[in-house]
Design a protein around this ligand. Structure first.
Ligand code: BV8
Length: 232
């Protein structure tokens, strides 16, 4: 059975990573859409770097929670039949032990050079415009997908959604596209669809089944069910 899991900010909420809805979408009074866009970066790279430098630094003070570890356990059992597509730019899936993780909106711990397009593991601030380790030019930006930019690996995602027998959405409001459209895409190819979220998402009508509660409770429960089914 091929399983595709889509995760959003809600899966990291219990780890202490604020969701977009938490702060009513605001950061230091800035609408997220106003700091997570190419236009905002052109206007004030410093403001945008400070936004991502703060989130990158905050990663050091959070840890994966039982929802992340349950998915890592599921990967142990399903192997290549499981893919986690995440909208999150934190590294909590990997720190929980998941390897088959696709960051469709990029990663905080990566810097992208606008001059040579090289990508570099990055754990420090970018606000001081450090030189690119590859080409030396001071054109490093956060390796994240901003509003108005095309998400990463959309072709691979389309293939995986078409192959999925089960599509599970965890901790996402279904407010941001194209991720919010994946449930219909998977369903179109015959997948069974399940929503695990604190509250009904904007796309909840598209799911065969929806369970509402905290990911830290719902995900380990669902994984145990699946493994019980799988192991029998
Ligand atoms: C694009 C990286 C063209 C940066 C992000 C169609 C209709 C309308 C608008 C559009 C459309 N198509 C495109 C758009 C425009 C736009 C968009 O969707 N705008 C929205 C605001 C209407 N989309 C884009 O610009 C995208 N690009 O479309 O390019 C294209 C596309 C495809 C092919 C070719 C061309 C790019 C969007 C990516 C932007 N970058 N992040 C950063 O992080 O700073 S988006 C960012 O916001 C996140 O990555 C995530 O995707 C989104 C936030 O959503 P969630 O993760 O769901 O978080 P949220 O806070 O909203 O909800 C949390 C949920 O968890 C809640 O439901 C809550 O109840 C639940 N929860 C809370 N606690 C828990 C919990 N659940 C369980 N347990 C808990 N403990």
């Amino acid at each position: 059975m091929k399983v595709v899991v889509l995760t959003g900010a809600g899966i990291s909420a219990e780890s202490g990573v604020p969701t977009f809805r938490d702060a009513d979408g605001l950061w230091e009074g800035h609408r997220v859409e106003d700091v997570a866009t190419p236009e905002a970066y052109e206007l004030s790279p410093t403001t945008v770097h400070r936004f991502y430098d703060a989130r990158r630094a905050a990663l050091l003070s959070v840890d994966p929670n039982p929802a992340h570890t349950a998915l890592a356990r599921l990967e142990q059992s399903l192997g290549d039949d499981l893919l986690v597509i995440t909208q999150n730019i934190d590294d909590l899936h990997e720190r929980a032990g998941s390897e088959r993780v696709l960051h469709m909106h990029g990663e905080l711990r990566s810097a992208l050079c606008r001059a040579c397009h090289g990508r570099h593991r990055w754990d420090h601030d970018l606000v001081d415009l450090p030189p690119c380790p590859g080409c030396g030019v001071t054109e490093l930006r956060p390796d994240v997908v901003w509003f108005g930019e095309i998400p990463y690996e959309m072709d691979r995602i389309a293939v995986e959604l078409a192959r999925a027998d089960l599509f599970v959405s965890i901790g996402t409001s279904g407010a941001v596209y194209p991720a919010a459209g994946f449930v219909r895409q998977a369903m179109r190819y015959g997948a069974r669809t399940l929503e695990l979220n604190l509250e009904p998402s904007e796309g909840t009508v598209w799911f065969h089944e929806a369970r509402h509660g905290r990911a830290g409770d719902l995900v380990p429960e669902w994984v145990a069910e699946l493994l019980a089914g799988v192991s029998r």
